[in-house]
Write a protein of this length. Structure first.
Length: 490
């Protein structure tokens, strides 16, 4: 035991001596340059042919939504008209499947990206941007600080890579280098506004346990809402303050006069993501009654040797749950999900820090299984075009399926159809900390399309196979999502 303690202390000393890297000596580009870059990205997205293939190594540019709050409302309203997302499929009866434009996938996936770090992977930010491009990332949640300027330049680098930003506008208590607020507002307007789709209030003020947290969060939200009101012709979305505990949405109360969307931190604590989303979305509704809800944090801690703060999930189970989180969110009308987080914060070889293990990438940018699964999901459905428009429903008949089958149909701009198929089955026992085998179940769906040549991809294993000709999609499902692409309408 003494030897273990000595080793841990030595490791801590080494890291303390090593300290963070020096912040890069860079300056953000002028606002006019940022605006020109953002405009060029938008034009590229509108002009990109719909048939461009990610498999050919080409990046499909995304068409920007000009009115973000209205787009959020449309997405939520579309899903509200669908059958319950938790209902078992009705077998043998033709019905319209919940259908969205394929570009909805890219517009839903977001990552929490900590641009103010300088240790480990963050010392080589171009390598981080390369990973952003690998995922074809469209949305990032970033924080604004009042100190050094290198984080602003990194925001601009993400913007030039086609990423739209949700900016957390500091902290109601002025913690974490976020005071004074006037500096944050000036930096937003003066350096990064062309890349911004949304701003957000204070983060989890309830976890301070201070008696005045509600008043502080609401007062800060007034500042955030007022900051973006006069500054942009294309409306920016304003997201409500987040809470760390579902029950605290009630004391925070209705902030609909100060926000366009409620804010959920829908962690599943080792459980399957559908149940977590269901409970969090219901709890957050009072923030903006009847309005959309953005999930600004959701993710899985993958160090199974510790249970501090968050119940862990094995890396392989997280690989199934992360893409299912995105699919469940689309099915429930959530316009964006910001997975927490892109990169592990630091190396933690002695398993002493839960916060170091939420990344989809290791601290050195090596991919975890969940990252690879998310890349496969993204690439299978990659498309440009407006993500918030209605898509012609796909009418199909589920002939055979387990009761926990979930289905989403996607229409691409080249008129092909894709189906995402998954089950709500748990693949991880959070209490026993062990995998739950999910036996394969057959799924047969008759579709109004030629199935011959369509490609079925297991996004976790990467296994791919071509389907036989006919009008029946036939696959076997375990706990991993399968995406069937290339269905040609009949």
């Amino acid at each position: 035991m003494l030897l273990v303690v000595v080793v841990i202390v030595a490791w801590s000393v080494v890291n303390a001596v090593r300290g963070p890297s020096q912040p890069p000596n860079v300056k953000p580009a002028p606002l006019a340059s940022a605006q020109a870059d953002a405009d060029a990205q938008d034009r590229a997205g509108e002009a990109t042919p719909s048939g461009t293939s990610a498999d050919r190594g080409e990046v499909v540019q995304a068409t920007r939504v000009p009115d973000v709050p209205a787009a959020w409302r449309r997405v939520a309203e579309q899903a509200a008209a669908w059958p319950s997302p938790d209902a078992a499929p009705e077998l043998g009866r033709p019905a319209d499947l919940p259908t969205v434009p394929s570009s909805r996938m890219r517009d839903t996936i977001g990552l929490n990206v900590d641009l103010w770090r300088t240790e480990y992977a963050w010392a080589d930010f171009p390598a981080v941007v390369d990973k952003v491009r690998e995922l074809r990332l469209r949305h990032a949640r970033v924080g604004m600080q009042a100190g050094a300027a290198y984080g602003l330049e990194r925001m601009q680098q993400l913007g030039r890579a086609g990423v739209r930003l949700d900016v957390v506008m500091g902290d109601g208590y002025g913690r974490f280098g976020t005071a004074p607020y006037a500096t944050l507002a000036e930096r937003l307007r003066g350096s990064v506004l062309p890349y911004v789709d949304a701003v957000e209030g204070t983060n989890e003020a309830d976890l301070t346990e201070r008696a005045d947290w509600v008043q502080v969060a609401r007062r800060h939200q007034e500042q955030v809402s007022g900051t973006v009101e006069p500054d942009r012709g294309d409306p920016i979305g304003v997201i409500a303050p987040s809470v760390g505990r579902r029950a605290n949405a009630e004391p925070l109360g209705d902030v609909s006069g100060l926000a366009d969307a409620a804010n959920a931190h829908a962690y599943a604590s080792g459980g399957e993501p559908g149940a977590a989303l269901r409970s969090w979305l219901a709890a957050m509704q009072p923030e903006v009654p009847g309005g959309p809800i953005v999930v600004t944090e959701s993710g899985f801690q993958t160090d199974t040797r510790q249970r501090k703060y968050h119940t862990p999930t094995s890396p392989q189970a997280a690989a199934a749950y992360v893409p299912r989180t995105i699919l469940e969110a689309i099915r429930r009308g959530v316009p964006q999900v910001y997975l927490y987080e892109m990169v592990d914060r630091w190396s933690d070889p002695f398993h002493v820090d839960t916060a170091a293990h939420f990344g989809l990438l290791e601290h050195d940018l090596d991919p975890k299984p969940a990252w690879s699964a998310l890349v496969r999901l993204q690439r299978a459905l990659l498309d440009n075009g407006r993500p918030d428009v209605a898509a012609e429903p796909v009418r199909a008949t589920v002939e055979q399926a387990p009761a926990d089958l979930r289905v989403l149909a996607f229409r691409k701009r080249d008129d092909t159809i894709a189906l995402a198929l998954w089950r709500s089955a748990s693949v991880w026992d959070a209490e026993r900390q062990e995998e739950i085998p999910v036996p394969a179940e057959p799924v047969r769906i008759t579709v109004p399309a030629d199935v011959g040549g369509a490609l079925a991809t297991d996004v976790v294993s990467g296994e791919r196979r071509r389907l036989a000709r006919g009008d029946v999609v036939s696959v076997e499902l375990t706990g991993s999502p399968v995406v069937v692409t290339g269905l040609q309408p009949g």
